[in-house]
Design a binder for this molecule. Structure first.
Ligand code: UT7
Length: 309
Protein backbone atom coordinates (compact mmCIF):
# COMPACT_ATOMS: atom_id res chain seq x y z
CA UNK A 1 0.00 0.00 0.00
CA UNK A 2 1.36 3.42 -0.97
CA UNK A 3 0.69 6.74 0.70
CA UNK A 4 -1.56 7.55 -2.24
CA UNK A 5 -3.71 4.51 -1.31
CA UNK A 6 -4.16 5.96 2.18
CA UNK A 7 -5.12 9.38 0.79
CA UNK A 8 -8.20 7.60 -0.61
CA UNK A 9 -9.35 6.05 2.68
CA UNK A 10 -8.43 8.52 5.47
CA UNK A 11 -7.80 12.26 5.80
CA UNK A 12 -4.04 12.20 5.22
CA UNK A 13 -1.42 13.16 2.65
CA UNK A 14 1.79 11.77 1.22
CA UNK A 15 3.50 14.94 2.46
CA UNK A 16 2.36 14.38 6.09
CA UNK A 17 3.25 10.69 6.14
CA UNK A 18 6.70 11.14 4.59
CA UNK A 19 7.66 14.17 6.68
CA UNK A 20 6.32 12.79 10.01
CA UNK A 21 7.33 9.12 9.60
CA UNK A 22 9.58 8.54 6.56
CA UNK A 23 7.17 5.88 5.25
CA UNK A 24 6.26 5.73 1.54
CA UNK A 25 5.04 2.12 1.13
CA UNK A 26 4.24 -0.94 3.19
CA UNK A 27 3.67 -4.56 2.22
CA UNK A 28 0.28 -6.10 3.05
CA UNK A 29 -0.09 -9.88 3.12
CA UNK A 30 -3.07 -11.31 1.26
CA UNK A 31 -5.89 -13.01 3.14
CA UNK A 32 -4.39 -16.49 2.66
CA UNK A 33 -0.93 -15.54 3.94
CA UNK A 34 -0.37 -15.57 7.69
CA UNK A 35 2.53 -15.12 10.10
CA UNK A 36 3.50 -18.77 9.82
CA UNK A 37 3.61 -18.60 6.00
CA UNK A 38 5.86 -15.53 5.99
CA UNK A 39 7.98 -17.20 8.69
CA UNK A 40 8.44 -20.31 6.55
CA UNK A 41 9.67 -18.26 3.58
CA UNK A 42 12.11 -16.30 5.76
CA UNK A 43 13.28 -19.41 7.65
CA UNK A 44 13.99 -21.41 4.47
CA UNK A 45 16.27 -18.61 3.30
CA UNK A 46 17.95 -18.36 6.71
CA UNK A 47 18.54 -22.14 6.84
CA UNK A 48 19.98 -22.09 3.33
CA UNK A 49 22.26 -19.16 4.15
CA UNK A 50 23.44 -20.88 7.35
CA UNK A 51 24.01 -24.17 5.51
CA UNK A 52 21.83 -25.85 8.09
CA UNK A 53 19.41 -28.73 7.51
CA UNK A 54 15.93 -28.72 9.02
CA UNK A 55 16.80 -31.83 11.06
CA UNK A 56 19.52 -29.91 12.91
CA UNK A 57 17.17 -27.26 14.32
CA UNK A 58 16.32 -28.07 17.93
CA UNK A 59 14.61 -24.82 18.96
CA UNK A 60 12.20 -22.40 17.23
CA UNK A 61 11.30 -19.11 18.84
CA UNK A 62 8.75 -16.98 17.05
CA UNK A 63 8.42 -13.34 18.07
CA UNK A 64 4.96 -12.05 17.19
CA UNK A 65 1.94 -10.24 18.58
CA UNK A 66 -0.19 -11.21 15.59
CA UNK A 67 -0.13 -15.03 15.83
CA UNK A 68 -1.98 -17.32 13.42
CA UNK A 69 -4.14 -18.61 16.30
CA UNK A 70 -4.69 -17.92 20.00
CA UNK A 71 -3.75 -21.56 20.47
CA UNK A 72 -1.37 -23.18 19.52
CA UNK A 73 1.73 -21.01 19.25
CA UNK A 74 2.81 -19.89 15.78
CA UNK A 75 6.12 -21.65 16.49
CA UNK A 76 4.28 -24.99 16.43
CA UNK A 77 2.59 -24.11 13.13
CA UNK A 78 5.95 -23.10 11.65
CA UNK A 79 7.49 -26.35 12.91
CA UNK A 80 4.87 -28.37 11.06
CA UNK A 81 5.02 -26.31 7.85
CA UNK A 82 8.84 -26.32 7.74
CA UNK A 83 9.16 -29.93 8.88
CA UNK A 84 11.50 -29.62 11.88
CA UNK A 85 11.23 -33.05 13.52
CA UNK A 86 13.79 -32.52 16.26
CA UNK A 87 12.76 -29.09 17.56
CA UNK A 88 10.65 -27.60 20.29
CA UNK A 89 9.14 -24.19 19.90
CA UNK A 90 7.27 -21.35 21.53
CA UNK A 91 6.26 -17.73 20.89
CA UNK A 92 7.56 -14.54 22.45
CA UNK A 93 5.15 -11.59 22.69
CA UNK A 94 7.18 -8.43 23.13
CA UNK A 95 5.72 -6.33 20.29
CA UNK A 96 8.33 -4.40 18.31
CA UNK A 97 11.09 -5.55 20.69
CA UNK A 98 10.06 -9.20 20.12
CA UNK A 99 12.96 -10.18 17.91
CA UNK A 100 15.57 -8.75 20.29
CA UNK A 101 13.86 -10.50 23.21
CA UNK A 102 13.82 -13.77 21.23
CA UNK A 103 17.44 -13.40 20.17
CA UNK A 104 18.59 -12.66 23.71
CA UNK A 105 16.62 -15.59 25.14
CA UNK A 106 17.84 -18.02 22.49
CA UNK A 107 21.42 -16.80 22.93
CA UNK A 108 21.22 -17.67 26.63
CA UNK A 109 19.66 -21.08 25.96
CA UNK A 110 22.27 -21.96 23.34
CA UNK A 111 25.07 -20.82 25.68
CA UNK A 112 23.91 -23.36 28.28
CA UNK A 113 24.60 -26.11 25.74
CA UNK A 114 21.05 -27.42 26.01
CA UNK A 115 20.22 -26.32 22.44
CA UNK A 116 22.63 -26.35 19.49
CA UNK A 117 20.87 -24.76 16.53
CA UNK A 118 17.92 -22.43 16.88
CA UNK A 119 15.68 -20.46 14.55
CA UNK A 120 14.67 -17.02 15.78
CA UNK A 121 11.87 -15.52 13.73
CA UNK A 122 10.24 -12.10 13.87
CA UNK A 123 6.92 -12.12 12.04
CA UNK A 124 3.84 -9.92 11.98
CA UNK A 125 0.61 -9.64 10.05
CA UNK A 126 -0.17 -6.23 11.51
CA UNK A 127 -2.67 -5.48 8.74
CA UNK A 128 -5.05 -7.87 10.52
CA UNK A 129 -4.91 -5.72 13.67
CA UNK A 130 -4.89 -2.28 12.04
CA UNK A 131 -7.89 0.04 12.15
CA UNK A 132 -8.00 1.40 8.60
CA UNK A 133 -10.34 4.20 9.76
CA UNK A 134 -7.78 5.61 12.22
CA UNK A 135 -5.29 7.85 10.44
CA UNK A 136 -3.15 8.06 13.60
CA UNK A 137 -2.15 4.40 13.26
CA UNK A 138 -3.16 2.90 9.90
CA UNK A 139 -0.50 4.62 7.82
CA UNK A 140 2.27 3.20 9.99
CA UNK A 141 2.11 -0.58 9.81
CA UNK A 142 3.07 -3.32 7.36
CA UNK A 143 3.43 -7.11 7.23
CA UNK A 144 6.74 -8.99 7.10
CA UNK A 145 8.91 -11.74 8.53
CA UNK A 146 12.63 -12.20 9.08
CA UNK A 147 14.62 -15.07 10.52
CA UNK A 148 18.09 -15.93 11.78
CA UNK A 149 19.82 -19.16 12.75
CA UNK A 150 21.68 -19.06 16.06
CA UNK A 151 24.34 -21.77 16.40
CA UNK A 152 26.57 -22.86 19.26
CA UNK A 153 30.12 -22.56 18.03
CA UNK A 154 33.53 -21.36 19.13
CA UNK A 155 34.97 -18.16 17.73
CA UNK A 156 34.86 -14.39 17.76
CA UNK A 157 31.46 -13.96 16.13
CA UNK A 158 28.19 -14.14 18.00
CA UNK A 159 25.90 -12.35 20.42
CA UNK A 160 28.16 -10.08 22.47
CA UNK A 161 25.70 -8.42 24.85
CA UNK A 162 21.99 -7.79 25.22
CA UNK A 163 19.73 -5.65 27.38
CA UNK A 164 15.97 -6.03 27.84
CA UNK A 165 13.51 -3.94 29.86
CA UNK A 166 9.78 -3.37 30.14
CA UNK A 167 7.48 -1.02 32.03
CA UNK A 168 3.90 -2.30 32.17
CA UNK A 169 2.66 0.92 33.75
CA UNK A 170 2.66 2.43 30.25
CA UNK A 171 0.80 -0.46 28.61
CA UNK A 172 -2.20 1.65 27.58
CA UNK A 173 -0.01 3.91 25.43
CA UNK A 174 0.09 1.19 22.77
CA UNK A 175 -2.38 -1.67 22.96
CA UNK A 176 -5.43 -3.52 21.64
CA UNK A 177 -8.01 -3.24 24.41
CA UNK A 178 -10.64 -5.72 23.24
CA UNK A 179 -10.20 -9.40 22.38
CA UNK A 180 -8.46 -10.79 25.47
CA UNK A 181 -10.09 -12.13 28.63
CA UNK A 182 -10.44 -8.69 30.25
CA UNK A 183 -12.61 -7.44 27.39
CA UNK A 184 -13.67 -10.52 25.41
CA UNK A 185 -15.59 -10.31 22.18
CA UNK A 186 -19.27 -10.65 23.02
CA UNK A 187 -22.21 -11.15 20.71
CA UNK A 188 -23.26 -7.52 21.27
CA UNK A 189 -19.74 -6.08 20.60
CA UNK A 190 -20.14 -3.40 17.98
CA UNK A 191 -16.99 -2.67 16.05
CA UNK A 192 -15.30 0.45 17.41
CA UNK A 193 -11.66 -0.28 16.64
CA UNK A 194 -10.68 -1.13 20.23
CA UNK A 195 -9.67 -4.64 19.15
CA UNK A 196 -7.10 -3.11 16.80
CA UNK A 197 -3.83 -1.33 17.57
CA UNK A 198 -4.39 1.93 19.46
CA UNK A 199 -1.50 4.26 20.21
CA UNK A 200 -0.73 7.57 21.83
CA UNK A 201 2.01 8.24 19.29
CA UNK A 202 3.64 11.33 20.72
CA UNK A 203 3.98 9.84 24.24
CA UNK A 204 5.40 6.60 22.82
CA UNK A 205 7.79 8.63 20.67
CA UNK A 206 9.43 10.34 23.66
CA UNK A 207 9.91 7.14 25.66
CA UNK A 208 11.16 5.32 22.53
CA UNK A 209 13.97 7.80 21.88
CA UNK A 210 15.07 7.92 25.52
CA UNK A 211 14.96 4.19 26.25
CA UNK A 212 16.34 2.88 22.94
CA UNK A 213 19.30 5.16 23.44
CA UNK A 214 19.83 4.01 27.05
CA UNK A 215 19.50 0.36 26.01
CA UNK A 216 22.04 0.80 23.21
CA UNK A 217 24.46 2.53 25.58
CA UNK A 218 24.08 -0.29 28.10
CA UNK A 219 25.00 -3.06 25.65
CA UNK A 220 27.97 -1.05 24.38
CA UNK A 221 29.18 -0.39 27.94
CA UNK A 222 28.78 -4.06 28.89
CA UNK A 223 30.83 -5.08 25.85
CA UNK A 224 33.41 -2.34 26.41
CA UNK A 225 32.78 -1.05 22.87
CA UNK A 226 32.50 2.64 21.92
CA UNK A 227 29.76 3.75 19.53
CA UNK A 228 32.46 4.65 16.96
CA UNK A 229 33.50 0.99 16.85
CA UNK A 230 30.01 -0.04 15.72
CA UNK A 231 29.96 -0.70 11.97
CA UNK A 232 26.20 -0.66 11.57
CA UNK A 233 23.13 0.11 13.65
CA UNK A 234 19.98 -1.80 12.72
CA UNK A 235 17.20 -0.02 14.59
CA UNK A 236 13.53 -0.87 14.82
CA UNK A 237 11.91 0.97 11.93
CA UNK A 238 9.02 2.82 13.58
CA UNK A 239 9.70 6.39 12.55
CA UNK A 240 12.63 7.99 10.72
CA UNK A 241 12.55 10.84 13.25
CA UNK A 242 13.05 8.38 16.13
CA UNK A 243 16.05 6.91 14.28
CA UNK A 244 17.47 10.39 13.64
CA UNK A 245 17.07 11.29 17.33
CA UNK A 246 18.80 8.02 18.28
CA UNK A 247 21.68 8.80 15.92
CA UNK A 248 22.07 12.25 17.46
CA UNK A 249 22.09 10.93 21.03
CA UNK A 250 24.57 8.18 20.18
CA UNK A 251 26.66 10.80 18.33
CA UNK A 252 26.67 8.71 15.14
CA UNK A 253 26.05 9.78 11.55
CA UNK A 254 22.92 8.52 9.81
CA UNK A 255 25.21 6.68 7.37
CA UNK A 256 25.79 4.13 10.17
CA UNK A 257 22.06 3.34 10.35
CA UNK A 258 20.35 0.84 8.07
CA UNK A 259 17.02 2.29 6.97
CA UNK A 260 14.22 0.56 5.06
CA UNK A 261 11.18 2.15 6.72
CA UNK A 262 10.36 3.97 3.47
CA UNK A 263 9.52 0.65 1.77
CA UNK A 264 8.09 -1.45 4.62
CA UNK A 265 6.71 0.85 7.34
CA UNK A 266 6.65 -0.42 10.90
CA UNK A 267 6.60 -4.24 10.88
CA UNK A 268 7.00 -4.67 14.66
CA UNK A 269 8.82 -7.93 15.52
CA UNK A 270 9.84 -8.40 11.89
CA UNK A 271 11.42 -4.99 11.49
CA UNK A 272 14.91 -5.69 12.88
CA UNK A 273 15.51 -9.11 11.23
CA UNK A 274 14.08 -7.80 7.94
CA UNK A 275 16.50 -4.86 7.96
CA UNK A 276 19.38 -7.07 9.16
CA UNK A 277 18.82 -9.48 6.28
CA UNK A 278 18.68 -6.71 3.72
CA UNK A 279 21.81 -5.08 5.10
CA UNK A 280 23.58 -8.44 4.91
CA UNK A 281 22.41 -9.14 1.34
CA UNK A 282 23.36 -5.60 0.32
CA UNK A 283 26.91 -6.37 1.52
CA UNK A 284 26.77 -3.62 4.14
CA UNK A 285 27.91 -6.01 6.92
CA UNK A 286 31.35 -7.61 6.83
CA UNK A 287 32.75 -10.46 8.88
CA UNK A 288 34.01 -9.18 12.25
CA UNK A 289 31.76 -6.09 12.22
CA UNK A 290 29.96 -5.01 15.36
CA UNK A 291 26.25 -4.66 14.59
CA UNK A 292 24.04 -2.89 17.10
CA UNK A 293 20.28 -3.51 17.19
CA UNK A 294 17.73 -1.59 19.24
CA UNK A 295 13.95 -1.78 19.40
CA UNK A 296 10.98 -0.46 21.26
CA UNK A 297 7.28 -1.29 21.42
CA UNK A 298 3.98 -1.91 23.18
CA UNK A 299 4.25 -3.07 26.77
CA UNK A 300 6.03 -0.78 26.91
CA UNK A 301 9.08 -2.89 26.21
CA UNK A 302 12.49 -2.15 24.77
CA UNK A 303 15.90 -3.69 24.29
CA UNK A 304 19.18 -3.76 22.46
CA UNK A 305 21.61 -6.39 21.23
CA UNK A 306 25.22 -6.11 20.09
CA UNK A 307 26.42 -8.88 17.78
CA UNK A 308 29.78 -9.56 16.14
CA UNK A 309 29.18 -10.67 12.56
O1 UT7 B 1 6.77 0.52 16.89
C1 UT7 B 1 6.30 0.61 18.19
C2 UT7 B 1 6.55 1.89 18.78
N1 UT7 B 1 5.86 2.93 18.05
C3 UT7 B 1 6.47 4.05 17.87
O2 UT7 B 1 7.61 4.18 18.24
C4 UT7 B 1 5.68 5.19 17.25
C5 UT7 B 1 6.04 6.48 17.92
N2 UT7 B 1 5.27 7.62 17.46
C6 UT7 B 1 5.36 8.14 16.23
O3 UT7 B 1 6.04 7.62 15.37
C7 UT7 B 1 4.65 9.44 15.96
O4 UT7 B 1 4.17 9.96 17.19
C8 UT7 B 1 3.46 9.34 14.96
C9 UT7 B 1 4.00 9.12 13.56
C10 UT7 B 1 2.56 8.19 15.35
C11 UT7 B 1 2.66 10.63 14.95
O5 UT7 B 1 3.49 11.73 14.65
P1 UT7 B 1 3.48 13.04 15.58
O6 UT7 B 1 4.35 14.00 14.95
O7 UT7 B 1 3.81 12.59 16.98
O8 UT7 B 1 1.99 13.50 15.46
P2 UT7 B 1 0.89 13.69 16.60
O9 UT7 B 1 0.40 12.37 17.07
O10 UT7 B 1 1.40 14.66 17.63
O11 UT7 B 1 -0.24 14.40 15.77
C12 UT7 B 1 -0.04 15.68 15.17
C13 UT7 B 1 -1.22 15.97 14.28
C14 UT7 B 1 -2.57 15.70 14.93
O12 UT7 B 1 -3.48 16.71 14.50
P3 UT7 B 1 -3.93 17.88 15.49
O13 UT7 B 1 -4.54 17.20 16.66
O14 UT7 B 1 -2.64 18.60 15.83
O15 UT7 B 1 -4.87 18.66 14.65
C15 UT7 B 1 -2.98 14.39 14.34
O16 UT7 B 1 -4.38 14.22 14.30
O17 UT7 B 1 -1.17 15.14 13.12
C16 UT7 B 1 -2.42 14.52 12.94
N3 UT7 B 1 -2.25 13.23 12.27
C17 UT7 B 1 -2.27 13.10 10.94
N4 UT7 B 1 -2.44 13.99 9.96
C18 UT7 B 1 -2.41 13.52 8.69
C19 UT7 B 1 -2.03 12.03 12.85
N5 UT7 B 1 -1.93 11.10 11.88
C20 UT7 B 1 -2.08 11.74 10.70
C21 UT7 B 1 -2.07 11.30 9.37
N6 UT7 B 1 -2.23 12.22 8.41
N7 UT7 B 1 -1.88 10.01 9.02
Amino acid sequence: MTNADFEKIVDTSDEWIVSRTGIRERRIADSDTHCSDMSVIASRQALEMAGCSSKEIDLIVVATVTPDYRLPSTACVVQEKLGLPNATGFDVAAACAGFINGLSLVGSLVETGRYKKALVIGTEKLSAFTNYRDRNTCVLFGDAAGAVVVTAQEGESGIVSTFLKSDGRMREMLWAEVGGTVNPYTTDYTYDGRDKIMMNGSDVFKVAVREMCRAAEKVLAEAGISSEEVALVVPHQANIRIIEALAKRLKLGMDKFYINIDRYGNTSSASVPLALDQANRDGVIKSGDYVLMAAFGGGLVWGSALVRW
